[in-house]
Design a protein around this ligand. Structure first.
Ligand code: FES
Length: 102
């Protein structure tokens, strides 16, 4: 089991190992998209780059960056991930939403 903490929202959610981070956020009404992302998101296919989150703790508990992330996050800090491409493999993870808008 994994425990995902969304720091700004002050919400902790439990996830099965192998859960998709974007799906877990949406399921728990965590708002991961900025206004533009709400209008234009690709629905989780790694194409739009609007589902960015910042991993504050627990990167070691997440899947490796995918090729789509390498492309979209080339100029972003290593702590940024596309949530739709990120699998939670257990343990504790702390996430900051909308880092690009902060
Ligand atoms: S939802 Fe489009 S890249 Fe993640």
């Amino acid at each position: 089991m994994a425990n995902i903490k969304f720091i700004q929202e002050d919400k902790e959610v439990v996830a099965a190992d192998g859960a998709n981070l974007r799906e877990k956020a949406l399921e728990n009404k965590i708002d991961i998209y900025t206004f533009k992302g709400k209008m234009l998101n690709c629905g989780g296919y790694g194409q739009c780059g609007t589902c960015i989150v910042e991993v504050l703790e627990g990167m070691e508990n997440l899947s490796e960056r995918t090729a789509a992330e390498e492309k979209k996050l080339k100029k972003k800090p290593d702590s940024y991930r596309l949530s739709c491409q990120t699998i939670v493999n257990g343990g504790n993870v702390t996430i900051g939403t909308k880092p690009q808008a902060r």
